[in-house]
Design a protein around this ligand. Structure first.
Ligand SMILES: NC(=O)c1ccc[n+]([C@@H]2O[C@H](COP(=O)([O-])OP(=O)(O)OC[C@H]3O[C@@H](n4cnc5c(N)ncnc54)[C@H](O)[C@@H]3O)[C@@H](O)[C@H]2O)c1
Length: 259
């Protein structure tokens, strides 16, 4: 299936995890990929992998909290390809800190990257999509945006905010035939989750692996997600098959929130 031939997909947080899986999936389906991340070597590796699949790809150093940086990067993308069809806003962090121990700076950093970063990239790309009168924005929220648990105050707040942001962007894009949706993954096997498992597991007297097993057991499907399973839903949301689907926050969590 090659649904995105000659289209341009911008992915933040493309160096790792779900962002990387999205880059691979869109490249497999023919899209040219702009990989945005604060890391350099891993991001270049993602772009190189996309190029090996026969598409064009740029690795661009971009901090999603830096509005000037975003502007420069978007200019570079437009200069090369003259269009942007899809934004996947995947850059994010998670600390797993109990409420009483969250310093204000840490609260602000999580909100800056997870929520303001999505806002700034949506704000930069939505006008381009409106002008083209086609395109899609997919923001990474989380099941933590719909429910929560201890040691997630700033993360859950940021991810609930992403759902609100997405709905408003969807309202503005709708008259142009374009869509915005949020995806709310459950625990997905990436560096983010492995790091949190090690940290939160230790406070509960468990190894990271034991904590991950516990989370898998909590899930109706009795397993955690692989990054490619989230990327598949994101690709659907960027495809023609979902043109009438907008403003939604879709749980891709093996039934966690539902249960
Ligand atoms: N893994 C999960 O279980 C899970 C669950 C629900 C939601 N999510 C969300 O999915 C998204 C991707 O998560 P992941 O698991 O792939 O994480 P990850 O840690 O594997 O990858 C995140 C990427 O974001 C990049 N990044 C961090 N700060 C940045 C910044 N300021 N500017 C640009 N890039 C930055 C990192 O360098 C990294 O490459 C995040 O928004 C996360 O909150 C993940």
């Amino acid at each position: 299936m090659k649904r995105f031939v000659d289209q341009v997909v911008v992915i933040t947080g493309a160096a790792n995890g779900i962002g990387k899986a999205c880059a691979q999936r869109f490249a497999q389906e023919g899209a040219n990929i702009a990989c945005l991340d604060i890391t350099t070597a891993d991001n270049e590796a993602t772009a190189a992998e996309c190029r090996s699949l026969g598409v064009e790809a740029l690795a661009l150093l971009c901090d999603v909290t830096d509005v000037d940086n975003i502007r420069l990067v978007i200019d570079a993308i437009l200069e090369k390809w003259r269009r942007i069809d899809t934004l996947v806003a995947s850059a994010g962090i998670y600390t797993g800190t109990p409420l009483a121990e969250v310093p204000l700076q840490q609260w602000q950093r999580t909100i800056d990257i997870n929520l303001t970063g999505a806002f700034l990239t949506n704000q930069a790309i939505a006008p381009i999509i409106m002008k083209q009168r086609r395109g899609s924005i997919i923001n990474l929220s989380s099941m933590a945006g719909k429910t929560s648990w201890p040691a997630s105050a700033e993360y859950s707040s940021s991810k609930s905010g992403v759902i609100g942001l997405t709905r408003s962007v969807a309202m503005e894009l709708a008259p142009y035939g374009a869509t915005a949706n949020a995806v709310c993954p459950g625990n997905t096997l990436t560096d983010m989750v492995r790091n949190v498992a090690a940290k939160v597991g230790a406070t509960d007297g468990m190894t990271g692996e034991e904590w991950l097993d516990m989370r898998a057991n909590d899930c109706p499907m009795k397993r955690l997600a692989e990054p490619w399973e989230i990327a598949g839903v994101i690709a659907f949301l960027a495809s023609e098959d979902s043109r009438y689907l907008t403003g939604q926050a879709i749980e891709v969590d093996g039934g966690m929130v539902m249960s």
